[in-house]
Design a protein around this ligand. Structure first.
Ligand code: GUN
Length: 294
């Protein structure tokens, strides 16, 4: 990291990659952009199935930020005991409705419901989560499309906080389709030009692998996995993990230890989480563009 910026720093001197602040900038920019387009009606539809409390909170935040961004939020809720057909017909209605530009089905679905079959219904132009097979295929093939919001948020943080990526080594911990796999693709893209390693629960000597990295993205869902010993001095560390423990919600990174070694670090909460929502809003405007609406 360069020392020429005026970014907030942790007590140990690491740049604090403030996702809340960047999300707020994204929301304000989107609002201004939508206004400059003459306030077209761009609608994000959210689908929530069941009563999982964290999912309910995530969706509420997404709807709030959509409205703050100048988008229209449409919401559909289904009971946990609804059938696969109920979910699929709900999504089909949104797919067929030309006034809906983005569709987000909050995951996970309750036990017994097949998320893959639901996601398969969403066309790539409305897939603001970027999680469907076709959107993932576009990402792999380097074609224009919508990219999953959490790994996109990580890329925006690296960019905003001046973390160099070209020729740098990155370790992504976790191989989920939601984060780890698309993250590797984004880090290795032309123009970003990092050299990513995909690490996971079977990786031999994870700490040694991570110590080689200039950038660590921790997305394993294992509380406090990444300690100071994993981090090369000056490396950028981004925490995507989320675990519910007796002491509350914690990330994959031992913030207090790591901030003394890292060059840049995301807080938890307030790091990658808000960025997921900011990127969802940007994806919704992009979805409207892909549909030729704006
Ligand atoms: N559940 C946890 N993260 C996400 C996300 O980014 N999108 C959806 N749809 N569900 C999630």
């Amino acid at each position: 990291m360069t020392q020429t910026d005026d970014f907030e720093r942790t007590p140990g001197g690491a740049v604090l990659m403030d996702g809340k602040r960047l999300r707020d900038e994204i929301v304000a920019d989107l609002r201004a952009e939508i206004e400059s387009l003459g306030n077209p009606t761009i609608t994000l539809a959210t689908v929530l199935v069941g009563s999982d409390k964290p999912s309910r909170i995530y969706v509420r935040n997404k709807r709030r930020k959509a409205e703050e961004s100048g988008l229209v939020s449409r919401h559909v809720e289904l009971d946990a005991d609804c059938t696969q057909d109920d979910v699929e017909s709900t999504v089909r209605v949104l797919v067929d409705d030309p006034t809906v530009h983005g569709i987000l089905v909050q995951l996970p679905l309750p036990d017994g419901l097949d998320a893959e079959r639901v996601l398969d219904l969403i066309p790539p132009e409305k897939d603001v989560d970027g999680l469907t097979e076709r959107s993932m295929g576009r990402l792999v093939r380097g074609r224009p499309g919508l990219v999953p919001c959490t790994p996109l948020g990580v890329m925006r943080l690296l960019d905003r906080y001046g973390v160099p990526t070209s020729g740098k080594r990155a370790v992504v911990i976790g191989r989920s389709t939601l984060v780890g796999l698309p993250q590797v693709l984004l880090l290795g893209r032309k123009g970003v030009d990092a050299t990513p390693t995909l690490a996971h629960s079977r990786t031999t000597d994870l700490a040694a692998q991570c110590r080689e990295a200039d950038i660590i993205v921790a997305a394993a869902g294992m509380a406090g996995l990444v300690t100071a010993e994993f981090v090369r001095p000056g490396a950028a560390v981004l925490d995507v993990g989320i675990s519910r423990t007796e002491s509350g919600i914690v990330g994959d990174v031992d913030f207090d230890g790591v901030e003394k070694v890292a060059g840049a670090i995301t807080p938890m909460p307030g790091g990658t989480g808000p960025m997921t929502i900011g990127c969802l809003m940007q994806n919704t405007l992009l979805a409207a563009r892909l549909q030729g609406v704006v």
